[in-house]
Design a protein. Structure first.
Length: 113
């Protein structure tokens, strides 16, 4: 399974970005897809996850600002990020779990004026 993420960039505080991550390969079924992020000097942390059944889990600080969604037919997960803050600046990684965990390459999100 390969995960390809895109959609990062530079945005001003209060702005928005949409990340997407598509899984490719054969003979797999992804149970949970999600997004994690890592800032310099910090550990990677969960941002949001979504199960194949639609259950979601969010980091407290992004609740009400970020929305995770997925298209199971396309094996794609999205992260709509609104009202971005400088503290959201990080490298964002997508993750997919089948019988093991897979990671995509990171995409940089920078929130700065």
């Amino acid at each position: 399974v390969q995960l390809q993420a895109c959609g990062g960039g530079l945005v001003q505080p209060g702005g928005f970005l949409r990340l997407s991550c598509a899984a490719s390969g054969s003979g797999f079924r992804i149970n949970v897809m999600g997004w994690y992020r890592q800032s310099p000097g910090k550990q990677r942390e969960l941002v949001a996850t979504m199960s194949s059944g639609g259950g979601t889990n969010y980091k407290d600080s992004v609740k009400g600002r970020f929305t995770i969604s997925r298209d199971n037919a396309k094996n794609t997960v999205y992260l709509q990020m609104n009202s971005l803050k400088p503290e959201d600046t990080a490298v964002y990684y997508c993750n997919g779990i089948t019988n093991r965990s897979y990671w995509g390459q990171g995409t940089q999100v920078t929130v700065s004026s």
